[in-house]
Ligand binder design. Sequence first.
Ligand code: GLP
Length: 244
Amino acid sequence: MRVVRTTDYHDMSRKAANVISAQVILKPDSVLGLATGSSPIGTYEQLAKWNQKGDCDFSAVTTYNLDEYRGLTHDDPQSYHYFMRKNFFDHINIDLANTHVPDGSNPDAAAACAQYDREVAAAGYPDLQLLGVGRNGHIGFNEPDDVFSKGTHCVNLTQSTIQANSRLFEREEDVPRQAYTMGVQTIMYARMILLIASGKDKAEAVRDLIYGPVTPRCPASILQLHHHCIVIADEDALSLCPKE
Ligand code: GLP
């Protein structure tokens, strides 16, 4: 695991965008695994700027997002389908037909998740998987548990995640209680993983994922076992970690 310390969110976003841009330059038909949340928004903004300047071409790129709330239509402003268009896809030259997000509008969880697993596998799994991390160490929507999850599956969100994500909804009651998420095993199939974290509220999760035991109680800790994982985090997120 390589750890890159940045001064702040902006610095983190530019460095993460540089890594993703290098991946796309070196392999124009890259498969990218993408994430939602506040963490990647600055990275997406930077990549969109470079794309508009002609420096980073997404025309041959395919994407697979980590997760989606169950029960929201693709046009629901709270859905991750909508988030990805608004924050990234609408600003770059990607072919929308090559972008994929689990189908939260399909009430048949088993069918929706199996279909997504088939698609990710057929694409050969991501060359690079971008990840944020939840305050409790979750990745995607893989919440702390007794075991590591495998493929895409339906999860019940924990109260801490519902509360953390409620800032994006009008009322906490509006946050969906379930989501479809890629499993930890699928995430680990990515050839490179880039986890980004910013802010003091991520400090415990970042310390535990880098230095704690590898345990499903902190799902992100599994990344210690990945052969090519880069953590780009700012001073605040690294404030509980030793300065190396
Ligand atoms: C959500 C997403 C995760 C994301 C996490 C942290 O639960 N499903 O993929 O990493 O929130 O979000 P943020 O970056 O907003 O802190």
